[in-house]
Design a protein. Structure first.
Length: 368
């Protein structure tokens, strides 16, 4: 039976490192744990419960569905839905479940204001400012229009303001500093107009580690908690998550025997092979090497990694502590592994290095 194994001690190690960095900051920014994308693949509810048990009390997600699922499963802590929306049905559902909304446009503000007025309730929100990402948020250069919009609100309670870096994981930081400066300029304009902003936050995991001077009042940490960084890991983070399966069949094949689609591998000598029911559809050899979560980005990288897997690039799995080579093309749901001269038996456990985000959500998450 396949399962994604989540090492709790590694998670605790990574959470400790994040808190140590926060504690060194004079501002002591608030930790907002980002658990979008099914908790970065660790299982949304299992991961949230683990973090709650370890003292985390503020979460951020990217979709309405994630926010509601957390509430339905007993998560009572603050939850910020980071995507701005003007869809009334979504807004009503979020308000009903006491989710902090994001307002990133005049239209979203108008929709929330109308609903809040109708139910005679103050609605908690964070403002989103687009400082050069081109997604959600008021455009940074339209500060005056943003101020005019906010001044029409009577039933919206601003508790925070944030933006998002587009390239904090790469380069010399020039673009990141430009985005930060735009954010601060917007904040100054809002303050000059006596608009109360609450907590300010802009740092994601990469920026949190690379640019401590930009921490502000809160930091949004996601991938760092999994030890899967888009920058060199010089901090002591440990990778979290590997896929386990079992040896389903073992056979001995002669020299000159073809293995895999398109006869992509031919044995040079008699070879003992183990068949393991796990492949690229389970997330094996599908990697994230950029901090990206848009569906189009994910699909592009999945296609690239599958193409790589279909080349003659060597892949390995671990069986009984031994590194064993995968033979032939990687299958959708299986691999053939060279176990010649190794003491491998049916049902032996096989470990696959995977990015948890790409592991099928139907596969069990096992916290150990």
């Amino acid at each position: 039976m396949k399962a994604l194994i989540v090492e709790k001690e590694n998670l605790k190690n990574n959470l400790r490192i994040v808190r140590e960095i926060i504690d060194k900051d004079k501002k002591k920014p608030k930790l907002i744990a980002v658990i979008k994308g099914n908790g970065y693949g660790l299982g949304l509810i299992e991961y949230a419960n683990f973090l709650v048990d370890n003292g985390v009390d503020f979460f951020a997600v990217a979709t309405v569905e994630e926010a509601i699922k957390l509430r339905e499963n007993g998560i009572k802590q603050d939850i910020l839905m980071m995507s701005s929306t003007a869809v009334k049905e979504d807004i009503e559902l979020l308000i009903k479940n006491k989710i902090i909304l994001t307002v990133g446009s005049k239209e979203a503000g108008e929709a929330i204001e109308e609903i809040a007025k109708n139910i005679n309730q103050k609605v908690r929100v964070h403002l989103k400012i687009d400082t050069g990402f081109g997604r959600y948020g008021f455009i940074y250069s339209q500060k005056e229009e943003m101020v005019e919009t906010i001044k029409t609100w009577e039933n919206i309670q601003i508790e925070g303001v944030f933006s998002h870096f587009s390239i904090a994981f790469f380069g010399d930081g020039k673009e990141t500093r430009e985005q930060y400066d735009r954010f601060i300029q917007c904040i100054n304009t809002l303050k000059e107009n006596n608009i109360q902003l609450g907590m300010m936050h802009i740092c994601n995991s990469s920026a949190f580690l690379r640019f401590p001077e930009m921490h502000l009042d809160a930091v949004r940490v996601g991938s760092a908690l999994l030890g899967r960084l888009s920058i060199p890991n010089t901090y002591g983070f440990k990778k979290v998550g590997y896929l386990k399966s079992n040896v389903a069949e073992i056979k001995n094949v002669p020299a000159g025997y073809n293995i895999g689609y398109s006869n992509s591998y031919t044995t040079k000598k008699g070879t003992k092979i183990a068949i393991v029911p796990c492949g690229y559809a389970d997330g094996f050899n599908v990697k994230v090497d950029r901090d990206m979560f848009r569906l189009i980005d994910k699909l592009r990288y999945v296609v690239r990694d599958i193409k790589d897997a279909m080349k003659n690039k060597k892949l390995y799995v671990t069986i009984n502590g031994d590194r064993c080579e995968v033979l032939g093309r990687l299958g959708m749901y299986h691999v053939s592994v060279d176990v010649s001269d190794r003491q491998v038996k049916l049902n032996d456990e096989v470990h696959f290095d995977v990015s948890p985000m790409f592991v099928d959500s139907n596969i069990e998450r096992e916290y150990v």
